[in-house]
Design a binder for this molecule. Structure first.
Ligand code: NCD
Length: 311
């Protein structure tokens, strides 16, 4: 049971709420794997997808999740909308609100934009990534993927590597994994580690060999150049040498450590291509699969009290 209107981040989710989403997603995950036809429990519910930033995995999986549960999906056409005519975000929010949607799924380049819209509309809002603030469904799917592969999602040592400063995935994961009782180390070059990140309860190091020592999970992040103004590293080759995950660095982690990446990945920059494809270590495609189940669970739980579901 999720007693909330919106899912804007993981920072305010309790352990019980996180586990209730993951547990339900586990059921959806089994259904998806067994080709079980989901009962269309969300029939009649209108879901609008508003993606102000590019997306492959997140947008498509929210679309498939909605379809499997029976929602009516509207993909908001940004290029042809009044947004390109200068309409403000709040005017857009009140326009959409007047059309009685039940759920809005929003990705926006500005941190805080999704919350702003959520305060203006009556329906549920799911944050599909806002600037470098939060990306809650990514963190939830990461937690579930870890639990599936390692059998637990508590008491683990987890390294998050690379461009932490520009990553909403890192922030949402830190909140979620800390709440679940894990020990986290962030690893990256000084200028890609946000100031004061220690206050989030994580260890910090600029050295991959130190940071990967004995970890159960290695989470690798993309260099998010679209959010960098100026140059943050000397060359991609140098970055790979110091921070790219390869066999040599991975040896410092536990022998059964798993490799994760939210995608899209840049092979040869933050991760060695062969390692990313190594099905014994890498769970990158599993993350995508689990993402669908998590999004089904979130849609289901946020609309639990909707009048259409009482019928
Ligand atoms: C991430 C995002 O958009 O924040 N991707 C995703 O949702 N799978 C990470 C990224 O873009 O690097």
């Amino acid at each position: 049971m999720l007693n909330r209107k919106d899912l804007l981040g993981t920072s305010d989710l309790s352990k019980e709420e996180i586990l209730s989403i993951i547990d339900l997603a586990e059921r959806y995950s089994d259904d998806n794997n067994n080709h079980v036809n989901n009962t269309k429990i969300l029939t009649g519910i209108t879901q609008i997808n508003l993606f102000f930033e590019n997306s492959t995995r997140t947008q498509v999986s929210f679309e498939i999740a909605g379809t499997r549960l029976g929602t009516n999906i509207v993909n908001f056409p940004l290029k042809n909308s009044s947004q390109s005519k200068g309409e403000t975000l709040l005017d857009l929010a009140s326009t959409l609100n007047s059309m009685f949607p039940d759920i809005l799924i929003i990705r926006h380049p500005n941190s805080g934009a999704v919350q702003l819209i959520s305060e203006k509309v009556k329906c549920s809002v799911i944050n599909a990534g806002d600037g470098y603030h939060e990306h809650p469904t990514q963190a939830l799917l990461d937690a579930q993927t870890i639990r599936k592969r390692l059998g637990t999602i508590t008491g683990l040592k987890i390294a998050i590597c690379g461009d932490i400063a520009h990553s909403r995935v890192a922030r949402s994961n830190i909140f979620c994994l800390k709440t679940l009782g894990n020990q986290i180390t962030v690893i990256g070059p000084k200028n890609l580690i946000p100031k004061g990140v220690e206050t989030m309860g994580v260890e910090v190091t600029n050295n991959m060999f130190d940071g990967l020592q004995g970890v159960d999970v290695v989470m690798v992040l993309r260099l998010q150049k679209e959010r960098m103004n100026g140059s943050f590293f000397s060359s991609e080759r140098e970055y790979f040498h110091q921070y790219g995950l390869d066999e040599k660095k991975l040896k410092y982690a536990k022998p059964n450590a798993i490799i994760m990446h939210p995608g899209p990945m840049n092979r040869g920059i933050e991760i060695d291509g062969d390692l990313a494809d190594d099905i014994n270590r890498s769970v990158i495609t599993k993350q995508v699969e689990v993402g669908l189940a998590i999004r089904m669970a979130v849609l289901d739980l946020l609309t639990e009290n909707h009048p259409l579901r009482k019928k």
